[in-house]
Design a binder for this molecule. Structure first.
Ligand SMILES: *Cc1c(COP(=O)(O)O)cnc(C)c1O
Length: 229
């Protein structure tokens, strides 16, 4: 098989490997999360045929339509903002939630987990740049949310996620990725949470994110092409 998707994937894997090499990191520690939002099940099937098994979506409603039409062995991560009224669906559809941005949401996910009997791995989304247009916890609120999470039995706060400000130059994202890693190190000390996962880096800046310690890079456009909507 030799197609456009497979070519894109192998080029991305090469770029990931080079970034790991530059940073002296083990490539096995960096996970590619293909973000299939706006694209149909056909393209997901094509990606699955290349061996990809974990996919990201940013909207519960879209995922609810799409997931039943995709191969059943696939695993789905939610990367977009989650409203509390969609938590029950999210807990049913997704294996990991990257975008927990409040204690209220974390508590709602915990409560939904009580019903399903599952523990949901989640990442806290941090608004490192303090942009008013973005979701995410203020860095100052991280430790208190983590301390409160100690009491929740159905969520496992496994890491942090961020979306840096839009910039022309991938290098401009570096300080924000670095800041997320440093917050992680600090909160690890302060709270005892290991926070091993760092979900950071998208099509435009994933190599910089890998150099700064990303364990999940979330790739849409560079893998699936541009989005119509
Ligand atoms: C769409 C999206 C991505 C992927 O974006 P690209 O720039 O197309 O790679 C990553 N993370 C989140 C939260 C998204 O919504």
């Amino acid at each position: 098989m030799n197609n456009l998707f497979e070519d894109r994937l192998s080029r991305i894997r090469e770029r990931m490997a080079k970034a790991c090499e530059r940073a002296g990191r083990n490539p096995a520690m960096v996970n590619l999360l293909p973000v299939s939002k706006t694209h149909g099940p056909e393209l997901v099937c094509e990606a699955a045929a290349c061996g990809l098994t974990v996919f990201g979506e940013n909207k519960v409603q879209e995922a609810k339509q799409k997931i039943p039409l995709c191969p059943s062995h696939l695993i789905w991560h939610l990367v977009g903002h989650l409203q509390t009224n969609k938590v029950k669906d999210a807990v049913r559809l997704f294996a990991v939630i990257h975008s927990v941005d409040s204690l209220k949401l974390l508590t709602a996910i915990d409560a939904a987990g009580e019903l399903t009997g599952r523990v949901m791995p989640v990442f806290l989304e941090v608004n490192v740049a303090g942009e008013s247009s973005k979701f995410g916890l203020a860095p100052a609120d991280g430790p208190s949310v983590l301390n409160a999470a100690n009491a929740l039995k159905r969520v496992d706060v496994a890491g942090l996620m961020t979306i840096p400000p839009i910039a022309e130059e991938p290098e401009h994202a570096r300080p924000f990725f670095k800041q997320l890693r440093e917050l992680r190190d600090q909160w690890r000390q302060e709270t005892g949470f290991a926070l091993n996962e760092l979900s950071m880096g998208m099509s435009h800046d994933f190599e910089v994110a890998i150099e700064e310690g990303a364990t999940w890079i979330r790739l849409g456009t560079v893998l699936f092409g541009s989005r119509e909507v």
